[in-house]
Design a protein around this ligand. Sequence first.
Ligand SMILES: Cc1cc2nc3c(=O)[nH]c(=O)nc-3n(C[C@H](O)[C@H](O)[C@H](O)COP(=O)(O)O)c2cc1C
Length: 322
Amino acid sequence: MGYTVRQLRGAVADAVRAPSLHNTQPWRFRLRDGGIEVTVDPRRALPATDPTGWGARVACGAALFNLRLALAVAGTPATVRLRPYPTDPDVVARLEPDVPRRPTPTEQSLHGAIARRFSNRAPFWPDPVPAEARWRLGEAARAEQCWLELVIGASAVNALAEVARSAHRVLERDPAYVAERVDWMRSEPAPDGVPAAAGGPQSEPQDLLPQRGFGGRHRAPGRDFEPEPLVAVLGTPGNTGTDQVVAGQALQRVLLTATDAGLGASLLSQPIEVPAAREALRLSLGRFGTPQMVMRIGYGQPGRATPRRPVDEVLDLPVVPA
Ligand SMILES: Cc1cc2nc3c(=O)[nH]c(=O)nc-3n(C[C@H](O)[C@H](O)[C@H](O)COP(=O)(O)O)c2cc1C
């Protein structure tokens, strides 16, 4: 027995809550021969910001992780094949029904965090992230075959921040990149793009980490953004398209684990998007493999989930003859 359209719809409602670059939601979902397939949507590409498709594959991997959780919590867990068709690499995964079983407590709590997770770009409180939560974040990455390096100590954080700021400057000098960012900023309600209210405060020159500008409000000049965020880098052993899908799944597992622990997080991908910065980051960490995402994590103010397109807009269903 394969998955049904009803199961597909239910699981996709959770899948689309995943993060994506500029909230482009670059994914599509379909039923084929009883399996659910997740594909990259080339119409939602960002040619200047994401010329290689790395960001789209990470976003689809994050959506895939939500899909896996939703199916598991519904009692119909999936076996997953990543990039199952060598001739069609846009198909990032195919899920087929596994033996039905009860969901684990971890699956239940991570699934419960899907609707509460959002990118929290506002300053975090000074309270440190406890050791137990740090350990859980690392475990979340390891459970999905990735590593999570917590950047500890002022000099290590400063070195990473310097790489991130220089990558940010390189990107902001490219008019096509800036045009894409502005294109996806939303000042009116919309089903995609980044709402100004979610953009976080505007950057100030003295800020440690470069926040992408999404039209957020100004803050009092001269004030520090936050004293000491926890900065983490997620990485994979290799950097093939499949590794990037794996990274997306691990990213979502880390973010949901953080949400479940009452923590906020936001993503900083400028140092991943500029090849020289990514290499500098890799060397500074001394880790085997490739950095796939930088994030800041901490206790934040409450916020709201951003909009998504309706499920029916991202489904490819076979046309049923009238
Ligand atoms: C691959 C990738 C890269 C991202 N890079 C950044 C970034 O550099 N800065 C940022 O503020 N948000 C970044 N984001 C977060 C998205 O902007 C965010 O997920 C999207 O706007 C949807 O909002 P939500 O996370 O609140 O659901 C990134 C997300 C993904 C998947």
